[in-house]
Design a protein around this ligand. Structure first.
Ligand code: NAP
Length: 256
Protein backbone atom coordinates (compact mmCIF):
# COMPACT_ATOMS: atom_id res chain seq x y z
CA UNK A 1 0.00 0.00 0.00
CA UNK A 2 1.17 3.56 0.63
CA UNK A 3 4.75 4.36 1.60
CA UNK A 4 3.75 7.85 2.70
CA UNK A 5 3.34 7.08 6.41
CA UNK A 6 7.02 6.13 6.72
CA UNK A 7 8.52 8.21 9.54
CA UNK A 8 5.29 10.18 10.08
CA UNK A 9 4.08 11.00 13.58
CA UNK A 10 0.64 9.59 14.39
CA UNK A 11 -1.53 9.91 17.51
CA UNK A 12 -4.28 7.33 18.06
CA UNK A 13 -6.74 8.04 20.87
CA UNK A 14 -8.29 4.94 22.39
CA UNK A 15 -5.40 2.92 20.95
CA UNK A 16 -4.86 0.54 23.89
CA UNK A 17 -7.38 -2.01 22.63
CA UNK A 18 -10.04 -2.76 20.05
CA UNK A 19 -10.22 -0.77 16.84
CA UNK A 20 -7.72 1.84 18.02
CA UNK A 21 -5.11 -0.83 18.64
CA UNK A 22 -5.74 -2.19 15.14
CA UNK A 23 -5.30 1.30 13.68
CA UNK A 24 -2.10 1.77 15.69
CA UNK A 25 -0.73 -1.57 14.50
CA UNK A 26 -1.45 -0.87 10.82
CA UNK A 27 0.18 2.58 11.01
CA UNK A 28 3.20 1.23 12.91
CA UNK A 29 3.65 -1.51 10.31
CA UNK A 30 3.53 1.21 7.64
CA UNK A 31 6.55 2.83 9.29
CA UNK A 32 4.84 5.54 11.34
CA UNK A 33 5.87 6.68 14.82
CA UNK A 34 2.69 5.94 16.77
CA UNK A 35 1.59 7.46 20.09
CA UNK A 36 -1.17 5.41 21.73
CA UNK A 37 -3.46 7.34 24.08
CA UNK A 38 -5.83 5.90 26.70
CA UNK A 39 -6.96 6.80 30.21
CA UNK A 40 -5.12 3.77 31.56
CA UNK A 41 -1.57 4.74 30.62
CA UNK A 42 -0.13 1.35 31.56
CA UNK A 43 -2.50 -0.34 29.09
CA UNK A 44 -1.48 2.15 26.40
CA UNK A 45 2.16 1.33 27.10
CA UNK A 46 1.46 -2.42 27.05
CA UNK A 47 -0.26 -2.10 23.65
CA UNK A 48 2.69 -0.06 22.37
CA UNK A 49 5.16 -2.73 23.52
CA UNK A 50 3.09 -5.44 21.82
CA UNK A 51 2.93 -3.46 18.57
CA UNK A 52 6.61 -2.49 18.59
CA UNK A 53 8.07 -0.41 15.72
CA UNK A 54 8.83 2.40 18.23
CA UNK A 55 5.20 2.90 19.30
CA UNK A 56 4.76 4.45 22.75
CA UNK A 57 1.88 4.89 25.19
CA UNK A 58 0.55 8.07 26.82
CA UNK A 59 -2.08 8.50 29.53
CA UNK A 60 -4.83 10.91 28.52
CA UNK A 61 -8.56 11.49 28.84
CA UNK A 62 -10.41 12.87 25.82
CA UNK A 63 -13.13 14.35 28.05
CA UNK A 64 -10.56 16.94 29.19
CA UNK A 65 -9.17 19.55 26.78
CA UNK A 66 -6.28 20.17 29.18
CA UNK A 67 -5.40 16.47 29.14
CA UNK A 68 -5.48 16.35 25.34
CA UNK A 69 -3.27 19.45 25.12
CA UNK A 70 -0.71 17.77 27.40
CA UNK A 71 -0.89 14.54 25.34
CA UNK A 72 -0.35 16.31 22.01
CA UNK A 73 2.54 18.35 23.44
CA UNK A 74 4.23 15.17 24.70
CA UNK A 75 3.59 13.23 21.47
CA UNK A 76 4.96 16.10 19.36
CA UNK A 77 8.03 16.42 21.58
CA UNK A 78 8.79 12.71 21.35
CA UNK A 79 8.09 12.29 17.62
CA UNK A 80 9.14 15.67 16.24
CA UNK A 81 5.62 16.97 15.52
CA UNK A 82 2.24 15.45 14.67
CA UNK A 83 1.19 14.58 11.11
CA UNK A 84 -1.88 12.44 11.74
CA UNK A 85 -4.56 12.34 14.43
CA UNK A 86 -6.80 9.30 14.60
CA UNK A 87 -9.60 10.42 16.93
CA UNK A 88 -10.91 7.00 17.80
CA UNK A 89 -11.64 6.86 21.55
CA UNK A 90 -15.27 6.03 22.21
CA UNK A 91 -17.60 4.26 24.62
CA UNK A 92 -20.95 2.56 24.10
CA UNK A 93 -22.60 1.63 27.43
CA UNK A 94 -26.16 0.63 26.43
CA UNK A 95 -29.19 2.29 28.06
CA UNK A 96 -32.74 2.38 26.73
CA UNK A 97 -34.12 5.88 26.19
CA UNK A 98 -36.85 5.54 28.82
CA UNK A 99 -34.36 4.46 31.50
CA UNK A 100 -31.42 6.67 30.54
CA UNK A 101 -30.29 9.27 33.06
CA UNK A 102 -29.00 12.68 32.08
CA UNK A 103 -25.59 11.64 33.49
CA UNK A 104 -25.45 8.54 31.27
CA UNK A 105 -26.23 10.70 28.24
CA UNK A 106 -23.57 13.23 29.20
CA UNK A 107 -20.83 10.63 29.68
CA UNK A 108 -21.28 9.23 26.17
CA UNK A 109 -21.55 12.67 24.57
CA UNK A 110 -18.58 14.03 26.54
CA UNK A 111 -16.40 11.08 25.51
CA UNK A 112 -17.42 10.46 21.91
CA UNK A 113 -18.38 13.90 20.60
CA UNK A 114 -16.80 16.48 22.89
CA UNK A 115 -13.78 14.15 23.08
CA UNK A 116 -13.46 14.37 19.30
CA UNK A 117 -13.52 18.17 19.52
CA UNK A 118 -10.92 18.20 22.32
CA UNK A 119 -8.58 15.83 20.45
CA UNK A 120 -8.83 17.76 17.20
CA UNK A 121 -8.48 21.20 18.82
CA UNK A 122 -5.40 20.11 20.76
CA UNK A 123 -3.76 18.51 17.70
CA UNK A 124 -4.40 21.29 15.19
CA UNK A 125 -1.46 23.55 16.24
CA UNK A 126 0.91 20.66 15.39
CA UNK A 127 -0.98 19.39 12.31
CA UNK A 128 -0.80 22.92 10.85
CA UNK A 129 2.97 22.69 10.58
CA UNK A 130 2.90 19.31 8.78
CA UNK A 131 2.92 18.98 5.00
CA UNK A 132 0.65 15.93 5.40
CA UNK A 133 -1.80 17.02 8.11
CA UNK A 134 -4.55 14.45 8.47
CA UNK A 135 -7.44 13.87 10.85
CA UNK A 136 -9.28 10.55 10.73
CA UNK A 137 -12.36 10.10 12.92
CA UNK A 138 -13.77 6.74 13.95
CA UNK A 139 -17.53 7.14 13.59
CA UNK A 140 -19.88 4.15 13.09
CA UNK A 141 -22.74 2.94 10.92
CA UNK A 142 -24.82 3.19 14.13
CA UNK A 143 -26.27 6.67 14.19
CA UNK A 144 -25.39 8.04 10.76
CA UNK A 145 -27.06 5.13 8.93
CA UNK A 146 -28.63 2.58 11.29
CA UNK A 147 -30.13 2.39 14.75
CA UNK A 148 -29.85 -0.10 17.60
CA UNK A 149 -31.93 -0.20 20.80
CA UNK A 150 -29.94 1.10 23.77
CA UNK A 151 -27.83 3.43 21.73
CA UNK A 152 -29.74 6.69 21.24
CA UNK A 153 -26.92 8.59 22.94
CA UNK A 154 -24.20 6.65 21.13
CA UNK A 155 -25.88 7.00 17.72
CA UNK A 156 -26.32 10.74 18.27
CA UNK A 157 -22.59 11.12 18.95
CA UNK A 158 -21.53 9.06 15.94
CA UNK A 159 -23.80 11.10 13.64
CA UNK A 160 -22.60 14.26 15.42
CA UNK A 161 -18.98 13.46 14.59
CA UNK A 162 -19.87 13.62 10.89
CA UNK A 163 -21.55 17.02 11.32
CA UNK A 164 -18.44 18.22 13.12
CA UNK A 165 -16.24 16.85 10.33
CA UNK A 166 -18.11 18.64 7.53
CA UNK A 167 -17.37 22.07 8.96
CA UNK A 168 -13.95 21.25 10.45
CA UNK A 169 -12.68 20.15 7.05
CA UNK A 170 -13.62 23.52 5.55
CA UNK A 171 -12.04 25.49 8.40
CA UNK A 172 -8.81 23.47 8.33
CA UNK A 173 -8.44 23.27 4.54
CA UNK A 174 -6.37 26.46 4.54
CA UNK A 175 -3.66 24.55 6.40
CA UNK A 176 -3.81 21.62 3.99
CA UNK A 177 -5.31 19.47 6.78
CA UNK A 178 -7.90 16.92 5.67
CA UNK A 179 -10.66 15.54 7.92
CA UNK A 180 -12.36 12.26 7.06
CA UNK A 181 -14.19 9.50 8.90
CA UNK A 182 -14.27 5.71 8.90
CA UNK A 183 -17.66 4.14 9.69
CA UNK A 184 -17.17 0.59 10.98
CA UNK A 185 -19.86 -2.05 11.08
CA UNK A 186 -19.53 -4.99 13.48
CA UNK A 187 -15.87 -5.45 14.28
CA UNK A 188 -14.29 -8.24 16.32
CA UNK A 189 -12.73 -6.63 19.37
CA UNK A 190 -11.63 -8.15 22.68
CA UNK A 191 -15.05 -7.31 24.14
CA UNK A 192 -16.97 -9.01 21.35
CA UNK A 193 -14.67 -12.04 21.24
CA UNK A 194 -15.51 -12.63 24.91
CA UNK A 195 -19.20 -13.00 24.04
CA UNK A 196 -18.59 -16.38 22.45
CA UNK A 197 -18.59 -17.98 19.01
CA UNK A 198 -22.35 -18.48 18.82
CA UNK A 199 -22.96 -14.77 19.33
CA UNK A 200 -20.43 -13.91 16.64
CA UNK A 201 -21.92 -16.51 14.28
CA UNK A 202 -25.44 -15.09 14.61
CA UNK A 203 -24.17 -11.56 14.00
CA UNK A 204 -22.17 -12.67 10.97
CA UNK A 205 -25.29 -14.30 9.47
CA UNK A 206 -26.86 -10.86 8.88
CA UNK A 207 -23.85 -9.58 6.92
CA UNK A 208 -23.56 -10.25 3.15
CA UNK A 209 -19.84 -11.13 3.46
CA UNK A 210 -20.86 -13.54 6.30
CA UNK A 211 -18.14 -12.50 8.68
CA UNK A 212 -17.40 -9.75 11.15
CA UNK A 213 -14.73 -7.18 10.37
CA UNK A 214 -11.28 -7.11 11.94
CA UNK A 215 -9.69 -4.13 13.64
CA UNK A 216 -7.09 -4.11 10.87
CA UNK A 217 -9.90 -3.68 8.29
CA UNK A 218 -10.60 -0.34 9.95
CA UNK A 219 -6.88 0.42 10.23
CA UNK A 220 -6.39 0.04 6.49
CA UNK A 221 -9.27 2.42 5.73
CA UNK A 222 -7.80 4.96 8.18
CA UNK A 223 -4.38 4.50 6.57
CA UNK A 224 -5.82 5.44 3.18
CA UNK A 225 -7.30 8.69 4.52
CA UNK A 226 -3.96 9.48 6.20
CA UNK A 227 -1.90 8.78 3.11
CA UNK A 228 -0.27 11.30 0.81
CA UNK A 229 -2.32 9.79 -2.00
CA UNK A 230 -5.57 10.86 -0.27
CA UNK A 231 -4.46 14.50 -0.08
CA UNK A 232 -7.39 15.72 -2.22
CA UNK A 233 -10.03 13.81 -0.21
CA UNK A 234 -11.64 15.71 2.66
CA UNK A 235 -14.95 15.69 4.51
CA UNK A 236 -15.68 12.16 3.32
CA UNK A 237 -16.72 8.88 4.89
CA UNK A 238 -16.05 5.24 4.13
CA UNK A 239 -18.29 2.46 5.43
CA UNK A 240 -16.38 -0.70 6.31
CA UNK A 241 -19.12 -3.20 7.20
CA UNK A 242 -19.04 -6.23 4.89
CA UNK A 243 -22.19 -4.92 3.20
CA UNK A 244 -24.18 -5.05 6.44
CA UNK A 245 -26.35 -1.99 5.80
CA UNK A 246 -27.36 -2.99 2.26
CA UNK A 247 -29.98 -5.79 2.37
CA UNK A 248 -33.49 -4.28 2.36
CA UNK A 249 -34.87 -7.23 4.31
CA UNK A 250 -34.00 -10.69 5.65
CA UNK A 251 -35.50 -12.02 2.38
CA UNK A 252 -33.02 -9.91 0.38
CA UNK A 253 -30.21 -11.58 2.27
CA UNK A 254 -31.63 -15.10 2.14
CA UNK A 255 -32.47 -15.10 -1.59
CA UNK A 256 -28.98 -14.07 -2.75
P1 NAP B 1 -12.89 -0.54 23.02
O1 NAP B 1 -12.33 -1.85 22.59
O2 NAP B 1 -13.78 -0.50 24.22
O3 NAP B 1 -11.66 0.48 23.24
C1 NAP B 1 -11.93 1.80 23.61
C2 NAP B 1 -10.63 2.55 23.69
O4 NAP B 1 -10.92 3.92 24.02
C3 NAP B 1 -9.71 2.04 24.78
O5 NAP B 1 -8.38 2.22 24.40
C4 NAP B 1 -10.04 2.95 25.96
O6 NAP B 1 -8.97 2.97 26.90
C5 NAP B 1 -10.23 4.27 25.21
N1 NAP B 1 -11.03 5.27 25.91
C6 NAP B 1 -12.29 5.17 26.40
N2 NAP B 1 -12.66 6.30 26.99
C7 NAP B 1 -11.61 7.16 26.86
C8 NAP B 1 -11.38 8.50 27.29
N3 NAP B 1 -12.29 9.20 27.98
N4 NAP B 1 -10.19 9.07 26.98
C9 NAP B 1 -9.23 8.38 26.29
N5 NAP B 1 -9.40 7.12 25.88
C10 NAP B 1 -10.58 6.52 26.17
O7 NAP B 1 -13.71 0.15 21.85
P2 NAP B 1 -13.83 -0.21 20.27
O8 NAP B 1 -14.93 -1.19 20.10
O9 NAP B 1 -12.51 -0.51 19.72
O10 NAP B 1 -14.34 1.19 19.70
C11 NAP B 1 -13.40 2.19 19.29
C12 NAP B 1 -14.13 3.19 18.42
O11 NAP B 1 -14.71 2.50 17.33
C13 NAP B 1 -15.24 3.94 19.12
O12 NAP B 1 -15.24 5.30 18.71
C14 NAP B 1 -16.49 3.24 18.63
O13 NAP B 1 -17.60 4.10 18.62
C15 NAP B 1 -16.09 2.84 17.24
N6 NAP B 1 -16.83 1.69 16.69
C16 NAP B 1 -16.67 0.43 17.19
C17 NAP B 1 -17.35 -0.64 16.59
C18 NAP B 1 -17.16 -2.07 17.03
O14 NAP B 1 -17.75 -2.98 16.43
N7 NAP B 1 -16.34 -2.35 18.03
C19 NAP B 1 -18.24 -0.40 15.53
C20 NAP B 1 -18.40 0.91 15.09
C21 NAP B 1 -17.67 1.95 15.66
P3 NAP B 1 -9.20 3.44 28.45
O15 NAP B 1 -10.40 2.73 28.96
O16 NAP B 1 -7.92 3.08 29.15
O17 NAP B 1 -9.39 4.92 28.39
Amino acid sequence: MTQSLQGRSVVVTGGSKGIGKGIARVFAQAGAKVAIVARHGEQAEAAAREIGHGAFGLAGDVTSLQSMEAVMKEAAARSGGIDVLCANAGIFPPAKLEDMSSEEWDLVVDTNLKGTFHSVKAAVPYLKTSDQGRIVLTSSITGPVTGYPGWTHYGATKAGQLGFMRTACIELAKYGITVNAVMPGNIITEGLAGMGEEYQRSMAASIPLKKLGTVEDIGHAALYFASKEAGYVTGQTIIVDGGQILPESLEALASA
